[in-house]
Design a protein around this ligand. Structure first.
Ligand SMILES: [Zn+2]
Length: 339
């Protein structure tokens, strides 16, 4: 989603680094091992194993994924050609239930659901740094239209930003309304939800208007690239023992100093290429939890997954987001407790 202004700000720096050979591009010769994103990106179907989210949100994989059906009564999957509508069964069940409740109780017609994970999770050739263990989902802040979108429409859809084109730190109230606020806070109120990422002025608005439980508000985290969608992250499901939880959110509503930092220049300054770059590196299978090897090698699910799956990866090259992860991104990073 290249309308996001933060992506535009980031891209020139990233391209410059690529040109300088300082960043690991797809063919960077960091070693002879194949990049993990190539191995996982090539898998079209999930591993026929019991479901398991393995590793951390930004360094892991997913066994026994299930697909969110492309069309449901209260949701539609967008960008189906990416084949990223796979998740931990808990997340898929959550999305179906959440979409039903938002429709029934808040009048949100339905969810437009973007990327979840690849069929076996893992790193992606483009886009996100997280979304690796089937517990992250991007939900667009534009409601589903009152009809079923065609595949072509879904693959080409562009979304309205909730912030002003001229000033990304102010909401665009021709797109933003209390309906979006209710949707985000409904997600935040779900005990399974660990964090939600939104662009900073969205958080500021919620701080201003939210009259309910303020500790729930603390789950809503300001972050780059989330001006047109929210990113919902579930906790590690009980029983998924190899799932590595993210650090707890600091107590409180997160509306004070942590939020104020986002309205300074610091988070938005373009990165300077460092004088002495680190050795180019990409994630290999050896960097992931050992269990991810078995996930990659396992036979694919047969009929069930194949019936749901209809797409082929249309890898749109993008330097977009190293979103919500600890992976490198050429902009100053918030302190870990801010995420
Ligand atoms: Zn996301």
């Amino acid at each position: 989603m290249l309308k996001s202004f933060a992506v535009r700000a980031l891209a020139p720096a990233a391209y410059a680094l690529l040109a300088l050979g300082l960043m690991a591009g797809p063919s960077a010769a960091a070693g002879r091992e194949t990049a993990a994103k190539t191995l996982f990106g090539a898998k079209k179907l999930p591993a026929a194993l019991q479901s398991d989210s393995i590793g951390s949100y930004a360094k892991g994989c997913l066994a026994g994924a299930v697909a969110l059906p492309l069309t449901g009564p209260t949701w539609q999957v967008v960008h189906p050609a990416r084949n990223r509508n796979w998740g931990n069964p808990r997340l898929i069940a959550f999305l179906e239930k959440f979409s039903r409740e938002a429709a029934a109780k808040d009048g949100w017609r339905g969810l437009l659901v973007g990327d979840i994970s690849q069929p076996r999770g893992g790193p992606m050739v483009d886009g996100h740094a997280s979304h690796q263990i089937g517990l992250d989902a991007d939900i667009w802040l534009t409601p589903m239209p009152n009809r079923v979108l065609s595949t072509r429409e879904r693959n080409n859809i562009e979304f309205d930003s909730m912030v002003q084109a001229k000033n990304h730190l102010e909401l665009d109230r021709s797109h933003w309304s209390n309906a979006q606020a209710r949707l985000i806070m409904r997600a935040a109120s779900e005990p399974e939800v660990q964090r939600i990422f939104v662009h900073p002025p969205i958080k500021r608005e919620l701080c201003r208007i939210w009259k309910g439980d303020r500790s729930i508000l603390g789950k809503v985290r300001p972050y780059w690239h989330h001006d047109a969608h929210m990113h919902v992250r579930l906790r590690c499901p009980p029983g998924d023992d190899k799932c590595k939880p993210q650090a707890k959110i600091p107590p409180g509503d997160g509306c004070g100093k942590q939020l104020a930092w986002w309205f300074t220049d610091e988070p938005w300054r373009p990165a300077k290429p460092s004088a002495k770059p680190a050795t180019p590196h990409y994630t290999t299978l050896a960097d992931l939890p050992v269990a991810c090897r078995a996930v990659l090698q396992a036979p694919a699910v047969s009929s069930r997954g194949a019936a749901i799956y209809r797409g082929s990866a249309d890898a749109t090259p993008s330097l977009a987001s190293a979103e919500e992860s600890v992976a490198s991104v050429p902009v100053p990073r918030p302190r870990p407790d801010m995420r």
